[in-house]
Design a protein around this ligand. Structure first.
Ligand SMILES: Cc1cc2nc3c(=O)[nH]c(=O)nc-3n(C[C@H](O)[C@H](O)[C@H](O)COP(=O)(O)OP(=O)(O)OC[C@H]3O[C@@H](n4cnc5c(N)ncnc54)[C@H](O)[C@@H]3O)c2cc1C
Length: 463
């Protein structure tokens, strides 16, 4: 059954660019578009910016440096944010961390070691300040609802907040919801999850603990050469005391010694585009967190006195929709180290998309393939079809699933967001649609803004 409600939706304003979603792709998109002179509205369904990095408790930006030698491969607004946080003592420069197997903020010789660790509250305040300085109108607690499309262009964006349903007119839309919500609602083509069965990689509810005896944990890790405590977990499994599908423990130290971010729960079968499924996922996530916490206190070295200081209020979703754009980036492209004329950024991260049913298994590891040290990001994978004035940076880009690994982490989302914001400003200033943006000009604008768009600008890459 359908119901039809006939209340007219007021059109309350008119913008050049509407950015839906204020995560690592929406934030730089809004800033770049506003700094290029566009009048920008940013809609965010939570009460803060930063996306998964702040609302879902993932306080480490990966992919901004190469894994082999920590050379920066992403700059621009990503660097501006990182530098500002380092300057105020709320972010940790990864190159300042000593190279040992156990490091306070990640694991040496692994992808985590070159992450940028930040304090979430400081990040949230900084992003507010940057929006105010750039003149972006931000609407918090505001969810994108729908669009009014005419002639394959979005004319109005409809959203909901405490004021009820409202609409704004717009010339361009950046869909930075991570889920391609706007693209899907506008009638753009997309796929969801694994090609064979539509299943998506497991979700995670993050939590943080303090009062960890870090000396004890460090010496256990060194003595046993065990980062993920697999032997302890296997022992518990053998005794029938481990109730989970996952069998590795993933944790990261915060700037404050003894405080850890726990990225371990794995909730299978969640569809992050389905309201009911997300709610079930939150409940299952909290239940996993509480059971895991008890086991950590009883069995994990250094955790006996730990206490939970927060459990995220948003579920961490790694995968949902991927748009079908002008170009779809394939695994074969990536492994052949294909170069693109429309490169707008790079990622230094590798494969990382656990099996939907086996949450501790990385299919690419089983296939024994390793991603290149730097992966170029073409502009065309963000250009959704057939709607002409929507661009989709971030986790919903047009790629084969495996390519999501390097691209979905937060630093590359910053690079994609900045490029899409500048492209949106070009649309406002004359370009007809996102497919016809002059990419040479866009790359030149990105260079001027300090972004890295040329492989030669990444100086120390060896492979
Ligand atoms: C558990 C987990 C651990 C991860 N670990 C890391 C890590 O250590 N380092 C790393 O770099 N990356 C990590 N990632 C990946 C990374 O965090 C995400 O892929 C990245 O944040 C995607 O950025 P985004 O801007 O596309 O989307 P998001 O970060 O999801 O941001 C989307 C924003 O849009 C808002 N939004 C969504 N729908 C609507 C709507 N309809 N209306 C209005 N607003 C809306 C959301 O509230 C959110 O703020 C992890 C992801 C998960 C889930």
């Amino acid at each position: 059954m359908n119901i039809h409600h006939n209340d007219p939706i007021p059109v309350v304003d008119s913008y050049d660019v509407v950015v839906c979603g204020g995560g690592p792709s929406g934030v730089p998109a809004a800033l770049a578009a506003a700094r290029a002179g566009a009048r920008v509205l940013l809609l965010e369904s939570t009460g803060q910016l930063g996306g998964v990095g702040t609302s879902a408790g993932v306080n480490s930006l990966l992919g901004g440096r190469t894994r082999n030698d920590a050379t920066p491969c992403i700059a621009g607004i990503f660097d501006e944010v990182a530098e500002a946080l380092i300057a105020e003592g709320s972010g940790v420069d990864p190159t300042a961390i000593p190279n040992a197997m156990y490091q306070p903020f990640g694991w040496a010789n692994g992808d985590l070691a070159v992450g940028f660790y930040f304090e979430p509250k400081a990040m949230i305040s900084l992003l507010d300040k940057l929006m105010i300085e750039a003149g972006v109108d931000v609407l918090y607690f505001t969810s994108f609802v729908s669009v009014d499309v005419q002639d394959e262009r979005i004319q109005h964006v409809i959203y909901h907040n405490k004021s009820g349903l409202q609409a704004v007119a717009t010339k361009a839309v950046v869909d930075a919801t991570g889920d391609g919500d706007v693209a899907a609602r506008s009638g753009c083509d997309f796929v969801k999850g694994r090609e064979s069965d539509g299943l998506m990689t497991p979700a995670t509810l993050m939590f943080r603990v303090d009062r960890v005896d870090q000396d004890k944990l460090e010496s256990y890790i060194r003595d046993n050469e065990s980062i993920r405590l697999k032997e302890i977990i296997n022992d518990l499994k053998a005794k029938g005391e481990w109730p989970f599908d996952f069998d590795i423990f993933i944790s990261q130290q915060s700037p404050e010694r003894g405080t850890f971010m726990i990225n371990t729960s794995r909730i299978c079968g969640v569809d992050g585009t389905d309201g009911r499924s997300i709610s079930h996922g939150m409940m299952e996530g909290r239940s996993q967190v509480m059971r895991l916490f008890q086991l950590m206190r009883q069995h994990f070295p250094g955790f006996s006195e730990c206490r939970i200081i927060d459990i995220s209020t948003s579920l961490g979703i790694r995968e949902t929709r991927r748009i079908k754009a002008d170009y779809t980036y394939t695994l074969a492209d990536m492994m052949a180290r294909k170069e693109f004329e429309d490169t707008i950024g790079f990622s230094g991260y590798g494969f990382d998309l656990p099996d939907p049913k086996k949450p501790s298994v990385q299919p690419t590891e089983e296939q024994n393939i390793k991603a290149p040290d730097v992966v170029p990001i073409p502009y065309s994978i963000m250009v959704a079809q057939p709607i002409k004035n929507i661009i989709c940076p971030g986790r919903a880009v047009s790629v084969e699933r495996e390519v999501l690994g390097p691209l979905r982490v937060m630093a590359p989302c910053y690079a994609m967001g900045e490029a899409s914001g500048l492209a949106a400003a070009m649309l406002v200033n004359g370009a007809v649609d996102f497919s016809r943006v002059d990419v040479a000009e866009l790359r030149s604008k990105l260079r001027e803004a300090g972004a890295i768009v040329d492989i030669d600008a990444i100086t120390k890459v060896t492979t």
